[in-house]
Design a protein around this ligand. Structure first.
Ligand SMILES: [Ca+2]
Length: 300
């Protein structure tokens, strides 16, 4: 069978099949956990090849399936919370672009922060001495090596995550007020959808910013899509409480948030790190000039 391998830095895409790749991942595998800056917990993900993308018909932007290689990295166990983002704003003096404060009501300290722009998310990460995950890292942390469709496996389970199809009253009770455009649940509320590396809410709750500029698959880290200064749309992953379509919960699906200055009540983020993170304040890592908001960005 003739197989076309595109020579790229880290990924190879094959027409119709993946040659020689072993889809192996112990179902109960969990990454090592460490305490990072500002109350964060990160889990370790080993480097190596994994199945990225999908040939699933219903998926729109996450095609095709290919093999991607990533270096070892660390990623947030949970989405960044209102409590953590609030601490960042208070200590750093950073003026967010997004209206995150508008949707931070009493009792939502442990819900994911929403209404943050890409630069807001990037600024938080830099302040904490961390960074946003690339979309390749995000996908590996969500689905492991075996190419599964969903965080929990290959069968669609609408009750396993916080999405619009959720009908579980025990979880609905933990949601914020829909009339206030907040349907989030506290981070770490759905144990059925903990990823093979121990990450929570990689399906649903809030869409998550990645560091990556939206470009077609296969992923290449060296083609400009990881340019921190680009004003092009960035990739978001994982769907949200507001997501109706099943495909959005697929680990491989991706959407472009453009421009990256957009924000919404269903968009948040999680952190990542190349090196093993350490506990402690992130005051040494101020936002870079690229992450500093425009002077006309108004605080909310
Ligand atoms: Ca999420």
């Amino acid at each position: 069978m003739a197989i076309l391998f595109l020579v790229v830095t880290s990924c190879a895409v094959a027409a119709g099949m993946i040659s020689g790749f072993q889809r192996t991942m112990p179902a109960a595998h969990r990454g090592r956990e460490v305490q990072g800056p500002e109350g964060s917990t990160l889990v370790q993900v080993e480097g190596g090849e994994f199945v990225m993308g999908t040939d699933e018909e219903s998926v729109i932007f996450g095609k095709p399936e290919f093999v991607c290689r990533v270096d070892p990295f660390w990623i947030g166990k949970y989405e960044v919370t209102n409590r953590q983002f609030s601490t960042f704003v208070e200590k750093s003096g950073y003026v967010p672009q997004g209206k995150w404060r508008t949707y931070f009501h009493d009792g939502l300290d442990d819900h994911p922060v929403v209404c943050v722009t890409w630069k807001d998310a990037d600024a938080y990460c830099r302040w904490a001495g961390l960074r946003l995950p690339t979309e390749a890292e995000w996908e590996k942390a969500a689905r492991g090596n075996d190419g599964r469709a969903y965080v929990w496996g290959n069968d669609w389970q609408p009750e396993f995550s916080n999405n619009w199809n959720l009908r579980r009253q025990d979880k609905m009770a933990g949601m914020a007020d829909f009339l206030k455009k907040r349907g989030t649940t506290p981070v770490g509320s759905f144990p059925e959808s903990v990823s093979v590396y121990g990450c929570w809410d990689m399906a649903g709750n809030v869409w998550e910013w990645t560091s990556t500029v939206f470009r077609p698959h296969p992923y290449r880290a060296d083609d400009g899509r990881e340019d921190p200064h680009s004003e092009d749309g960035r990739v978001m992953r994982g769907a949200s409480w507001y997501s109706v379509e099943q495909r959005c919960l697929n680990c491989a699906e991706r959407v472009a948030a453009s421009p990256p200055s957009m924000f919404s009540h269903f968009i948040g983020f999680r952190v990542a790190s190349t090196r093993e993170p350490r506990p402690g304040p992130g005051a040494d890592a101020r936002p870079s000039p690229a992450a500093t908001p425009r002077s006309d960005a108004s605080p909310r």
